[in-house]
Each structure stands twice: as C-alpha cells, then as structure tokens.
Design a binder for this molecule. Structure first.
Ligand SMILES: Cc1ncc(COP(=O)(O)O)c(C=O)c1O
Length: 459
C-alpha cells in the first residue's frame, strides 16, 4: 500500500495537537520552566551548550538509573536520548560506578598516563582493526586531530566533507552542517557555508562539500582540485537524519577514490562507534578508514575522545612531527570508565540484545506505519534507530529539507508526555537504547507511536 504524502496529513490539526501537548507538558514541568528563567540570568539560554535547549524549553535532568531518567519535577522517562548515545551503557551502571570510584580514590588527574589507556587502546584496536590510538576529551578534538594529521601527512590544505554532517565545533569542519536552501548552492556543486558567524571565510573555503551517497560528486571535487585535497571525513552512516545508511559500495568507492588521489579517508565514528555494532561502523559496513574518530559511547559516560589510525598517519605522532596534545588526554577517570565500558559492559552479547530489542521495536513501528499509511520510515542499526517523517527514502541532507518539522515535533511531544525521552532535536536526531533497556521499554515506544499515529491521522 502506498504511504500517504505528508501534505495529506492535516497540518492545522497537527498544530492543534502540538498546542495541546505543549500545555500538558507545561503542567508537568512547572519547576523546570521556573528554573530556566532563573538559570537564564547567568547561563545563556539557561543551559551550558546551545543544543541543550530546544522547543518548548530545556529538559533539566536530576538523575538517571538504568534505562530511566528523572527530570527536575520528578517525572520519570525511559531514556532514548541517552546523552546522544553516550549512555549506551545505561545510567549509573554498577561496573562503571565501581571503576570510577576505585580510580578516584587513587587520584583523578596527573597529566601523565595511567595503565588503563593501553587496555582501552587494545580493545578499540580489536574492534576496528586500526593499530595506533590516542585519546582526548571530545568528538570535536577527535575530528580536529584527524584532519590535522591528514593535512600534515599530505602537505595539502583542502578537506572534503559531506553536506549536513556535524563533526564538532572547530573551525575546519563547522561548514555546511545545516545550510539553508537559499545559501547551499546547486546539488552538483554545493557551496561551503559557514555554520556560524565567527568562522574566517578563508577557512570555510578550505573545506569543500559533497552530498552523502554520491560517489561522482567526490570524483568531481578531486578532478577540480587535483593534488590539493588532504582527505575526506564523513560519518559512515548519518546519525542526524534519523539513520541514513550508506548505499552498498559507497564507502569502499570513496576510500578507493581518496587513495587513488593521494588523499586519506577519515570516519567520524563519534556516534556510530560502539553503538551500531561491537566494531562500530567499520564492522557494520565492512570498510576500514585510514583514521577513525571516536568519543561519546567509548567513554562509559565520562568526557572522552579517541583517534585510531594507520601507521602512515599515527607515525607522525610517534616521530614527534605532529603533537597530539591535551592536559586531560587519557585522564585516569575516563580511562577507568572506558575500560569498564568496553571490556565489561559493551560485550558482543550486548549487541545481540540490541538487535533483538530493536527488532521488536522496528517491527511494531513498521506495522503501525503500514496500517496507517504514514509518511514515515524507520531504520535501526545496533543500539541506534530513528524515524524520518518522509514518504520518500532519505539518501542525503537535501532529501530531508522538505520534511515538515511540525510532525517530528508533535511526535516528540507525544512520546515525551507518555514517558519516552528522545533527543529534543526532533526533526533530525536518531536515538539510542542501552544495555539496561528491556522489552517493556521498547514496547512503550511502539504503543506511544501507535497512539500518535492514530491522533495525527485523525483517529
Ligand atoms: C558525528 C559527530 N561528530 C562529532 C561530534 C562532536 O562531539 P563533541 O560534542 O563531543 O565535541 C558530534 C557531536 O554530537 C557528532 O555527532
């Protein structure tokens, strides 16, 4: 049966639904709303990162345990946000609590290495096949280090990235993250668009942009700038358009193109690492890049970053030609949490369980989509998944621009008011379950989805 088009949904009715759900949420969160006003006098927007606030107001969390979090008002939620996938280990996992407690009693920071770093590097090398590792404190640092190494190894300045992917907030890559239609240029030659004021235009122009899932576009840029491109960075599977998977052969073709042009390939596995499979995207899609950037889930809930690379790149660090540095790099608390997460919690069994649970969720949601002929698509992989509110498949960023934000927002409010916390950036974000989630948790998502489907299609 053909899915109805988004335009067939009654968007005035969707707006009414939004109004109703927003007011029901406001009734549940009086303290959170008052707190935002208070916090706003010192913290811009009442938050510590601009993406911690989204309509209708920031969600202030007081604690988490297992698959649950509680807001400032004491409301309980099953957590599908999981801190953008960091908490795939579940909140306050006893093994991680124990590891961090044990470590902090022995001192938490020396700016000198501790022994756990090698165990973490061994584990990541086994998961990815990449031999050499260094650690940092965030995904931003990981992608910064990766592009620096690609530039240093080639002596070239230009970078290639994919339109619509976020790689962190440093100057080299905060380009064409969410470009607007009037600035993004033609699809066959997208403009490089600064994501924020404050980026020097000369930096922006060093980063060329291509659509996801388009090998010919990459070929065109290599042809246009022969011998000038240091490397290409991409998320092997886009995690900010629901989950947008690479088409068969795409990643290998990009790798081959990079290599035949003397350039390197970097995977941004900040969100896919240790979530979409035990071996992250490298395992899920069977392609190993020259360098991979990790963060989020590999740290067991502590601030972390990590790069793993081939000898050609990491050898620059070994030989002291590039300094990969940071006061908190490999800090003892993170390394202890990371060791526990990778060796004791995120075992191969955990990924088998994610497949089972998200199999139940996906089947349930798909049945609702089919029965109601919803303009929606669900994709899951490992612990991650997402729904795109589009009747047509999404292959790349521009395919998603037509999606009406109101439907995703209404769906977010509906789930939230019924105990499921997804990332508040409803239009775009994928979500993540954890080792603590069970069948009741995923069935709750499906029941809510069915209720929303009934409401949005007018019963
Ligand atoms: C794919 C990707 N890369 C890099 C980053 C930056 O990571 P961080 O926020 O830890 O700097 C993010 C953050 O969400 C991300 O989603």
């Amino acid at each position: 049966m053909v899915a109805r088009d988004v335009a067939e949904l009654d968007l005035e009715w969707v707006e009414q639904l939004i109004g109703r759900e927003e007011s029901s949420l406001a009734d549940k969160q009086p303290r959170s709303i008052a707190y935002q006003r208070q916090a706003g006098s010192r913290l811009p927007g009442g938050v510590s990162s601009s993406w911690q606030t989204a309509p209708p107001h920031p969600i202030y969390v007081s604690r988490g345990e297992g698959s649950r979090v509680w807001d400032l008002d004491g409301n309980e939620f099953v957590d599908f946000h999981n801190g953008y996938g960091v908490m795939v280990v579940g909140h306050a996992h006893p093994k991680i609590v124990e590891a961090v407690k044990r470590r902090i009693e022995l001192g938490s920071h020396f700016a000198q290495p501790t022994e756990d770093a090698l165990i973490v590097a061994d584990n990541l090398a086994e998961r990815t096949g990449l031999p050499m590792w260094r650690f940092g404190n965030s995904g931003t640092e990981s992608t910064l280090d990766a592009v620096r190494l690609m530039r240093a190894a080639t002596g070239r300045d230009l970078l290639l990235k994919v339109e619509g992917i976020y790689h962190g907030h440093h100057d080299a890559l905060m380009v064409s993250v969410y470009p607007q239609p009037d600035e993004m240029g033609p699809p066959e030659r997208p403009n490089s668009v600064a994501q924020t004021p404050g980026l020097p235009q000369s930096y922006v122009e060093l980063t060329r942009v291509v659509p996801f899932n388009d090998v010919e576009a990459v070929q065109r840029v290599f042809d246009e700038f022969p011998g000038q491109i240091a490397g290409m960075i991409l998320e092997p599977c886009m995690t900010n358009l629901g989950l947008t998977l690479p088409e068969p052969g795409y990643l290998q073709a990009i790798k081959d193109l990079c290599h035949s042009n003397g350039a390197y390939l970097a995977f941004d596995e900040v969100k896919t690492g240790a979530t979409v499979a035990w071996g992250g995207a490298v395992e899920a899609f069977g392609v190993t890049p020259d360098i991979a950037c990790f963060a989020k889930a590999i740290g067991g809930g502590l601030p972390c970053g990590g790069i793993g690379g081939v000898e050609e790149l990491m050898g620059l660090v070994v030989r002291g030609r590039v300094d990969q540095v940071g006061t908190f790099n490999g800090n003892p608390l993170t390394m202890a949490a990371s060791r526990a997460a990778l060796t004791e919690v995120l075992t191969k069994d955990a990924y088998r369980r994610f497949d089972e649970l998200l199999g139940v969720l996906r089947a349930g949601v798909q049945q609702v989509i089919d029965e109601r002929r919803l303009p929606a698509r669900i994709t899951t992989l490992g612990a991650k998944g997402g729904v795109n509110w589009s009747a047509d498949p999404i292959r790349e960023y521009r395919d998603a621009l037509g999606i009406d934000e109101r439907i995703g927002y209404a769906a977010w409010l509906w789930q939230f008011n019924r105990g499921i916390f997804k990332s508040p950036w409803a239009k775009w974000e994928s979500w993540t379950i954890s080792v603590a989630h069970d069948e009741d948790d995923v069935r709750r998502y499906v029941e809510n989805f069915a209720g929303f489907a009934e409401a949005v299609t007018g019963g």
